[in-house]
Design a protein around this ligand. Structure first.
Ligand SMILES: Nc1ncnc2c1ncn2[C@@H]1O[C@H](COP(=O)(O)OP(=O)(O)OP(=O)(O)O)[C@@H](O)[C@H]1O
Ligand SMILES: C[C@@](O)(CCOP(=O)(O)O)CC(=O)O
Length: 463
């Protein structure tokens, strides 16, 4: 059997920090930089043999991790990588999925991972193209831990696509081709398993918005209560498998993942900015400020949340209309910038989006100043103000936790190429590398095998 699955990357457009609290929702845009997992079930093995799972990531030096597993002894210490290499996300995903499935048969399995170019810098890489020319991946002479990342959620995409590949192997090639209700149930199981594996591999329980986007696509997301997973992680190893099964199949995660995508004519434009940010430090500063200033923090978060949700409502309203209802405004936007819009005859939906972005930035800036966390530092403020002045721009924010390493704009589709061209030689944009990505309505999807021929080894004796 050979199957290929892929998951999208992410940009948390509205709801950073607030999404850590289950009382709030966030809007995460799934992106067309996708993580792919091609699984080959090479052969069944005997009862006395060990299951062999090899995960390859040919785009990176040393991108090969092989595990020989006794399916009756699946504790952390029992799963050893054959070459002494370490990839906590690969190892933990295998351990989590097999602990959940508790397989009774042994197999030799090979999984090949491919990540689209948006996840990592392309500097110093060489492109390889599939036989039919539909896929182009960039190969690096360095290990994956040494190649600069762009913040699109590579580990979440890896864990979710790898989980899909393993479930396909053990549950059968058509595990997601059943009734709509069965598929939804299977997708929720896959999501829950991926959230558990991602948290264990990271050693902390984030909001999980990135795994939700990888699974479900662009969504309005409300997180699960962290205790669901922290309690599992505290279990005695002998109880882990039963606890995992109960959590994945029977617990009420109470999450929200309501489909919400951008509207025709409006595109997301991600800017990878030469700079860094340390999410854990930013998060701890904000949560410390919130704890020490509860009333002020509630006021800021309430206003910020109102702006976040008004952005979502504006998109949902616009989606109910047809593009022709606001195309005149889009045309106007192509020759004017968000900072110079004065004509009240314009589409209220688009004007609302522009105003929401301004208000989201206002409250994020206040939180930056009052908490001391550099969510929108002054350099990013200046850059985003310049972006607001670009013709065709509806404005932009620092996505997710913010910091120095990314900006995220909403732009009129017909202006995207001009914005990229006009800013190329602009001194104020010299640290910005634009990523041309699309919003992805769909999360996990099955890919066509023929699109990967020439990039993966397809053995003749497939079982
Ligand atoms: N294509 C891949 N093949 C194998 N492992 C990968 C791949 N992409 C990511 N990983 C794993 O995920 C790790 C990166 O996860 P980490 O949590 O450090 O960053 P992240 O927050 O997911 O990154 P970003 O959001 O910037 O993509 C890598 O070191 C590697 O272990
Ligand atoms: C700050 C936070 O709310 C968002 C982090 O987003 P990003 O990793 O910067 O894209 C943390 C979280 O949700 O886990």
């Amino acid at each position: 059997m050979l199957k290929v699955f892929s998951c999208p990357g992410k940009a948390l457009l509205a709801g950073g920090y607030l999404v850590l609290d289950p009382d709030y929702e966030a809007f995460v845009v799934a992106l067309s930089a996708r993580m792919h997992a091609a699984i080959t079930l090479l052969r069944p093995l005997g009862q006395s043999e060990l299951t062999k799972i090899t995960v390859k990531s040919p785009q990176f030096k040393g991108g090969l991790w092989s595990y020989h597993l006794d399916i009756n002894k699946l504790s952390e210490s029992d799963i050893v990588e054959a070459h002494g290499r370490n990839n906590p996300f690969v190892k933990t995903t295998i351990l989590t999925v097999l602990s959940y499935l508790k397989p009774t048969d042994n197999y030799e399995i090979e999984i090949t991972i491919f990540s689209d170019s948006g996840y990592h810098t392309q500097a110093g890489s060489t492109a390889k193209v599939s036989n039919n020319g539909t896929r182009r991946f960039y190969y690096h002479d360095a290990a994956i831990t040494e190649v600069p990342k762009t913040g699109l959620g590579s580990s979440a995409g890896l864990v979710t696509s790898l989980t899909s590949a393993l479930l396909c192997c053990y549950l059968g090639p058509n595990f997601l081709n059943k009734t709509a209700e069965e598929n939804a149930q299977t997708l929720n199981c896959l999501h829950n398993l991926s959230q558990v594996a991602h948290c264990i591999a990271q050693g902390k329980v984030g909001s999980g918005f990135d795994v939700a986007a990888a699974t479900y696509g662009s969504v309005v997301y409300r997180r699960f209560k962290p205790e669901l997973i922290t309690r599992l992680m505290e279990l005695d190893p002998s109880q882990f498998s039963n606890g995992l099964k109960e959590l994945v199949d029977n617990a009420d995660w109470k999450i929200v993942h309501r489909q919400c995508s951008l509207v025709p004519g409006i595109r997301i434009l991600m800017g990878d900015v030469a700079g860094g940010s340390e999410t854990p430090k930013l998060v701890s500063k904000v949560l410390k400020w919130r704890k020490e200033n509860p009333e002020r923090a509630l006021q800021v978060w309430t206003n910020l949340n109102n702006s976040n949700m008004k952005l979502v409502e504006s998109l949902e309203q616009l989606r109910k209309s047809s593009k022709s209802d606001y195309s005149q405004t889009l045309d106007y936007l192509n020759t004017h910038s968000a900072s110079e819009i004065v004509d009240d005859n314009l589409s209220p939906g688009l004007l609302n989006i522009i105003n929401c972005i301004k208000h989201i930035r206002h409250w994020l800036k206040l939180m930056s100043i009052e908490s001391g966390a550099e969510i929108e530092p002054d350099e990013q403020t200046r850059l985003l103000d310049r972006c607001e002045a670009l013709k065709g721009s509806l404005g932009g924010v620092v996505p997710g936790a913010g910091g120095y390493d990314a900006i995220c704009l909403l732009v009129a589709e017909d202006s995207i190429d001009r914005i990229i061209t006009d800013t190329k030689n602009d001194e104020e944009f010299k640290r910005v590398n634009w990523l041309q990505l699309e919003d992805q309505k769909q999360g996990l999807i099955e890919e066509k095998i023929e699109d990967f021929e020439g990039l993966i080894h397809i053995p003749g004796n497939l079982c």
